[in-house]
Design a protein around this ligand. Structure first.
Ligand code: ADP
Length: 461
């Protein structure tokens, strides 16, 4: 068995829990080692007492096998974490197989392990002894079936090893019916043929059997479906991430180009000792760097907030919404005419930088999607709250898109006509909600949009 495949089996075995009962179908000694070693390594790591049972078990060979994997088996034996028994000692103490006595013994062994401070018992035994003269295969299936009950009630986990070269196929078919999972090669496979103890022992009627079989089919498919869905969700997330990266890079390039262009022009002017238009160029450069900064802020926010890692931490202080809006609007001068209607300062207890971000996002959208038409901004103070309304006369939004534009990366326009990350409104809403406020929209295609925020004026925390 190659390294990779035994690693795979190791990972599979790590998922096993107390209460599990499996069979291992193998054909070589190497396959046994590849299962037993990680199985016990894991048990020791979980502080379970490990019981290894083999026909020719001798402490020396087993210790060597575990030592090859870096386990100090001698020490584990000394402290009682590892026990090595022959099949005769384990299964045929009275010289013959007594299933019920054996099951009771397992329960006792589990109790002993717990009493000795271990978290449970895990065992793996080779079953070839069943084929010997004193055993009787007729009792095997009953034993294995009832073992499921014992395992599910107790802190016990067991793997029964079956050598495919020795057992008659018909018996192995029955073995499949009494183990919920089977180790085959490097995989732990849920057995589609598994039957609960009552059924395996022939105590269930036809109706119960049929229902169980149908249930098994359903469970098998449902498990596969769940996996397929998880993969689909992961693929979708990867696609969304790639798309975000490409859109983000594209978005950052625009202000970056403006910025470097203006700086080059400024450098040329300074070289020539001519200062014509320097002030204008510097202002353009500042505008571009502000734009860059806003984009970067948005990107950082969205990765944090969308991942649910952080909510906004607010630094609240008295802030005048009218003053902030006028300052922000000033920056958009030249893009669209912005008319601000506000009777008086409207002061609340907010996070100044975040509120600036909100107003910037709303005004920048109004300019971007506003077809160059005038924009009306109204700020009002109502009982206990302040409202800010931004109305444009631009492209508007279809009714069916109104809800989703507040979700991260959701856009109601094509990338070709309008650039954008699709995160501004998501962040805007999150900021407003962190303040205990609301953000809403009314819009009609081709008629324009009105975004309204309401903010409580008192401190929200
Ligand atoms: P972006 O503008 O970067 O796409 P936003 O989150 O700010 O991201 O907006 C999400 C979407 O909402 C936009 O892509 C656009 O379809 C729509 N939208 C936002 N504001 C307006 C507006 N004022 N008029 C029309 N559509 C808008």
């Amino acid at each position: 068995m190659s390294m990779d495949r035994s690693d795979e089996l190791g990972r599979e075995l790590k998922r096993l829990r107390q209460g599990d009962h499996l069979c291992h179908f193998y054909e070589t000694a190497t396959a046994v080692e590849a299962m037993v070693v990680p199985f016990f390594q894991d048990g020791l790591a979980r502080n379970e007492r490990c019981l290894f049972i083999a026909d020719d078990a001798n402490a020396h060979q087993t210790t060597q096998m575990l030592a090859r994997a870096g386990v100090d088996a001698k020490r584990e034996i000394e402290r009682g974490a590892l026990r090595i028994l022959t099949t005769r000692e384990a299964y045929l103490p009275a010289g013959r197989f007594e299933p019920l006595a054996m099951l009771e013994k397992l329960e006792r062994e589990t109790d002993d392990a717990l009493a000795a401070g271990f978290s449970g018992l895990r065992g793996s035994g080779d079953m070839a002894w069943v084929l010997g003269p004193h055993a009787g295969t007729d009792q095997l299936i009953m034993y294995e079936a009832v073992l499921n009950d014992v395992a599910s009630r107790r802190q016990f986990l067991g793997v029964c090893r079956y050598d495919l070269r020795l057992f008659p196929p018909s018996l192995l078919q029955d073995v499949l019916r009494v183990h919920p999972s089977v180790v085959i090669g490097s995989l732990v496979c849920p057995s589609a043929y598994y039957e609960p103890p009552r059924m395996a022992l022939g105590e269930a009627g036809d109706d119960e059997r049929l229902r169980w079989t149908i249930g098994q089919l359903h469970r098998t498919r449902a498990a596969k479906l769940e996996l397929e869905r998880a993969l689909e969700v992961r693929d979708q997330a990867l696609r969304a991430r790639d798309e975000f990266l490409s859109v983000a890079a594209h978005e950052l390039r625009t202000p970056l180009t403006t910025l470097s262009l203006q700086l080059q022009r400024m450098a040329r002017e300074i070289e020539r000792r001519s200062f014509d238009g320097l002030e204008h160029m510097a202002k353009e450069a500042i505008k571009a760097s502000r734009h860059l900064n806003a984009l970067v802020e948005n990107m950082l926010d969205v990765t944090h907030v969308a991942a649910g890692r952080t909510e906004f931490v607010l630094h609240q202080e008295p802030v005048d919404l009218v003053g902030v809006t006028r300052d922000v609007a000033e920056r958009f001068r030249g893009a669209s005419a912005i008319e601000i209607t506000a009777a008086e300062p409207v002061v609340g207890h907010w996070d100044r930088v975040r509120i600036e971000e909100v107003v910037t996002n709303l005004l920048s959208n109004a300019c971007k999607y506003g077809r160059g038409q005038p924009i009306d901004v109204v700020i009002e103070r109502r009982a206990g709250s302040a409202s800010l309304t931004v109305r444009d006369r631009g492209i508007g939004i279809d009714e069916q898109d109104l809800a989703r534009i507040f979700e991260p990366f959701e856009r109601a326009v094509s990338n070709d006509s309008y650039g954008g990350l699709g995160v501004g409104l998501f962040i805007t809403r999150k900021i407003v909600e962190a303040h205990g406020g609301t953000l809403s929209v009314e819009s009609e295609r081709d008629k324009g949009s009105t975004f309204t925020i309401n903010l409580p004026v008192e401190a929200s925390v």
